[in-house]
Write a protein that binds this ligand. Structure first.
Ligand SMILES: Nc1ncnc2c1ncn2[C@@H]1O[C@H](COP(=O)(O)OP(=O)(O)OP(=O)(O)O)[C@@H](O)[C@H]1O
Length: 687
């Protein structure tokens, strides 16, 4: 291929709800198909050392397992442990940093076991669960297992917890690992030392830490010298190419490489890693444009975007095989980097870029998470290459030089050192734990701890002595960001839970409700004018949800979609928001909050609740027409997408800040200043 150096040898990949039980991808298998899957399992590198591996885990409380991408760790280890009886009567949890991995792996392992998802093999991710009393192997996001700690601090239902993709060092994985160490200490005491309490009845807990690319020594030291087991070999080779010179425009280089593959290389799907949604949308448009003009003899192309803000149903499309004669091209962020097997992928194009969440501290002692584009790490590069070579020989085209690869950092800085700690701190306080005192692999930053404390104090979740308040405990019951949870809890006082749940559900959905393609912006804005509310975007969103709910009650799915298209609304977002709302209503019922409570057409109670949650996101009008943050130094403008964009109001609250040529506030409502002054915490002198 033009522009790429001689390939490296393959060895250069470092060896190192309660709900519908019908997730696609688990057809009931019988006969030859089932035999084929069993033969595939037996041929995985991990299968050769199966007995030794089980023995190793049997002998040790903590096992660290390092094996190449695709060797069979994630799908096979839980099945081996179940078959060997090592899990006793308990469940086996396998944590994943991402939803899509947890759900697709559950589907795969259910297929291997010839069962439906939600029976013997299930999953649990935020706002979605498929499990039952029969479930013994459960794929869970790390966040969900941390949440389970709130109701079951000793994770008593589990005999084995497997922390997969531990190299990602997400904040939740780190929280979990810290807690697991402590839980294991309590559960694995000799029976005479356990006393007579609830711990006495519990089985010992086994912990397995897995990855293809982790710093095994660091994990081993953290667990007091735990044994590390290496799984040798990979099933299929992946040939890696680097460019001979660096590529200043990674998008253009990715396009060129894709077309070279498409024109010159044998059939096989292509996976391109790009940093974010904007790049993905741009490449998507370009490929489709060129595809229309490409020679007839070339195969047709199906393009599948894949990024976190895309609804789960849309993300799942990457697993659907391309029709015969088509080549599938998946455009993904690092959401597709670890764990998953996407059938059909033969070629990976790696731009070497990703977006990384980073906490930006403010002078005010508060701060926020933002996404910055940056170079990936060696660990990411290996994981990306490892998405090929899972069903046959694979190829990875790195759009950076070998020298650039050599100069990359080994792995990313752990999230605990670079992300907001607010949500985690609240969860830990509910477990009576103090973030500053816990035994973490890496200690969190003091500034971030200070900001989290301040936010929780302002939300009323902690008192002056940093003790958890009743309000804070109530907030933690909701699987929401603390500021949104605060608004929900406030709705009990203001009698508008029905409305607040609708708004919070849209804000928690993985995509935005409005489509804003640039060519149709004016038409869209005109049609959507009827939803506009004078107070701004939150009530406008409520109007949209109300209209959608009316349509949803009377129309079939196709009618709803049609209606949304005509209004330039994102049906997937609204459908997801309805599901989230139903779950939040269940939580309210459990907490004896009357979710039917409604304030009708009166927006004031709704705005008062939102102010309680968004008090840190308040700004006052300046004489020059800009807005100055109440609790921060920044001057902000209202984002052009807001219904208040060309209005001047005394005070605003907003969902988030967007940094472009200016600092823009997005998701804005106008509120009387008095509402802000009414927030109880602000009345306390000295805050
Ligand atoms: N959905 C699937 N469809 C087809 N084959 C699959 C699927 N999932 C897994 N496999 C097969 O099982 C193999 C092992 O997958 P598994 O996820 O267990 O590997 P792993 O060692 O955990 O990899 P990674 O480190 O990348 O997570 C894959 O290489 C592939 O051959």
């Amino acid at each position: 291929m033009k522009g790429f150096a001689t390939p490296l040898q393959p060895a250069d990949i470092d060896p190192r709800k309660r709900r519908r039980f019908s997730t696609p991808g688990n057809p009931s298998l019988n006969g030859p198909q089932s035999q084929c899957i069993q033969a595939q399992r037996a041929g995985l590198p991990i299968a050769m050392g199966k007995d030794a591996l089980i023995e190793e885990i049997r002998k040790n409380d903590v096992s660290i397992l390092v094996g190449e991408t695709g060797s069979g760790k994630t799908t096979q280890v839980p099945q081996y442990l179940l078959d060997s009886g090592l899990a006793g009567q308990g469940m086996i949890a396998i944590t994943q940093p991402r939803k899509v991995a947890a759900t697709s792996l559950a589907a795969r392992v259910a297929t291997e076991q010839n069962v439906s998802v939600g029976a013997l093999v299930g999953y649990s991710v935020r706002f979605d669960e498929a499990s039952s009393d029969e479930t013994r192997i459960k794929y869970v996001t790390d966040g969900m297992l941390v949440r389970e700690l709130l109701g079951d601090p000793l994770l008593s239902r589990y005999s084995v917890v497997i922390v997969d993709e531990a190299h990602e060092r997400t904040l939740r994985t780190d929280l979990l690992i810290t807690n697991l160490k402590d839980i294991q200490r309590k559960r694995n005491l000799p029976s005479d030392a356990k006393g007579k309490g609830s711990v006495a009845k519990l089985n010992p807990l086994k912990i397995v830490i897995m990855s293809a690319t982790l710093d095994a020594d660091k994990f081993s030291n953290f667990f007091g010298g735990a044994r590390v087991t290496y799984i040798q070999g990979r099933q299929y080779p992946v040939t890696i190419y680097h460019t001979t010179v660096s590529q200043p425009d990674y998008v253009e280089a990715a396009m060129r490489t894709f077309w070279q593959i498409h024109m010159d290389q044998p059939p096989g799907d292509v996976l391109i890693f790009l940093p974010g949604q904007e790049d993905i949308e741009g490449v998507d448009r370009s490929i489709k444009l060129f595809a229309d003009r490409s020679p007839r003899e070339l195969p047709s192309i199906v393009v599948c975007p894949m990024y976190a803000a895309l609804p789960s149903s849309q993300q799942a499309k990457i697993f659907t095989p391309a029709p015969p004669g088509f080549r599938k091209c998946i455009l993904a962020t690092n959401i597709a980097e670890t764990s998953i097997t996407i059938p059909g992928i033969k070629y990976v194009i790696d731009t070497g870029k990703c977006k990384e969440k980073r906490y930006v501290a403010r002078d005010s002692g508060t701060g926020f998470d933002t996404l910055l584009t940056r170079d990936i790490t060696k660990s990411s590069a290996m994981q990306r290459a490892g998405r090929a070579g899972r069903e046959g020989e694979g190829f990875c085209f790195r759009l950076y030089t070998e020298e650039a690869f050599d100069a990359m950092r080994e792995s990313a800085e752990p999230e605990i050192r670079r992300c907001s700690l607010t949500s985690s701190m609240l969860q830990l306080r509910c477990l009576d734990q103090d973030l500053e005192e816990l035994d973490f692999m890496d200690k969190p930053d003091q500034e971030a701890i200070g900001a989290a404390l301040k936010t929780l104090y302002l939300l009323g979740a902690l008192d002056r002595k940093r003790n958890l308040t009743k309000l804070g405990r109530d907030m933690a019951m909701f699987p929401l960001e603390p500021n949104l949870a605060r608004a929900v809890v406030a709705s009990r006082e203001f009698g508008c839970t029905l409305e607040i749940l609708d708004i919070v559900s849209v804000l928690s959905a993985s995509s935005k409700p409005f489509f804003d393609s640039s060519d149709e912006r004016e038409a869209a804005s005109e049609i959507r004018r009827k939803f506009r509310h004078r107070s701004g975007d939150h009530m406008t969103m409520l109007n949209v949800m109300r209209s959608y709910q009316e349509i949803a009650a009377s129309e079939k799915k196709s009618g709803r979609k049609d209606w949304c298209r005509k209004q330039f609304l994102n049906e997937r977002c609204l459908a997801e928001a309805q599901e989230i709302r139903d779950q939040l209503r269940e939580v309210c019922s459990r907490m004896q909050i009357d979710w039917h409570a409604s304030c009708g057409e009166d927006e004031q109670p709704v705005l008062k609740c939102l102010v309680r949650g968004l008090v840190q996101h308040a700004a006052y009008l300046q004489p020059d027409g800009s807005y100055k943050q109440l609790m921060g130094p920044s001057i902000v403008k209202i984002h052009p997408s807001s219904s208040l964009c060309d209005k001047k109001v005394a005070a605003i609250i907003y969902d988030e800040l967007v940094y472009t040529t200016h600092i823009y506030a997005r998701g804005v409502s106008a509120v009387p200043r008095g509402y802000i002054a009414e927030v109880p915490i602000l009345n306390i002198k000295g805050t």
